[in-house]
Design a protein around this ligand. Structure first.
Ligand SMILES: C[S@@+](CC[C@H](N)C(=O)[O-])C[C@H]1O[C@@H](n2cnc3c(N)ncnc32)[C@H](O)[C@@H]1O
Length: 160
């Protein structure tokens, strides 16, 4: 969001290839701020607070305005929609998870982008998860489907 990016631009040095754009993705009418380049969009910590139709809509715009686009997207499992993490609850009681998926390939198809690869959070943040809870169905579902995935859009691959 614009105030967050203003703060970030003021307080953190950027790498040469990094561009911090202060735009509200849900309200942007003009997408010219997306460089007509090969872009990598990192959607970490944000998709779960939005509706699927909103995510599909800005992914479509990011693709249309890029030469080629990669998306590194964090997705929450469906089970997380009803189970709120206490840390989020502490920040703001009204924040809820609105979107999740247990099938990121299916989501990629809906978004007209190519699924490349996907990793479970639980594989690389091992200590954040209960270790001896293999019989707990909820923990298993969360472990399997809190994911970071790589998706790609290449012009000409798909018709948007
Ligand atoms: C949990 S933080 C994730 C932080 C991010 N991974 C980073 O390193 O800055 C969620 C971020 O999503 C941004 N955000 C939420 N809704 C947005 C929207 N409609 N348009 C643009 N950014 C939005 C917030 O401003 C916040 O920076």
């Amino acid at each position: 969001m614009p105030p967050v990016i203003q703060f970030r631009n003021k307080n953190f040095l950027r790498l040469d290839f990094e561009k911090n754009i202060g735009e509200d993705l849900l309200k942007s009418a003009n997408w010219d701020f997306v460089p007509n380049e090969v872009n990598v969009f990192i959607l970490e910590g944000v998709s779960m607070y939005l509706l699927e139709e909103e995510i599909l809509s800005f992914i479509k715009n990011m693709c249309n305005f890029s030469k080629k686009a990669y998306f590194i997207i964090e997705s929450a499992p469906l089970e997380a929609l009803v189970n709120r993490h206490p840390s989020v609850h502490k920040v703001d009681d009204t924040i809820i998870f609105k979107w999740g998926t247990n099938n990121i390939k299916e989501f990629a198809t809906k978004a007209n982008v190519e699924f490349l690869e996907s990793y479970k959070h639980s594989d690389f943040l091992k200590n954040r998860w209960p270790q001896n809870d293999d019989n707990n169905k909820l923990v298993q579902a969360l472990k399997n489907n809190y994911r970071i995935s790589l998706l790609r859009y290449e012009k000409g691959d798909f018709k948007l």
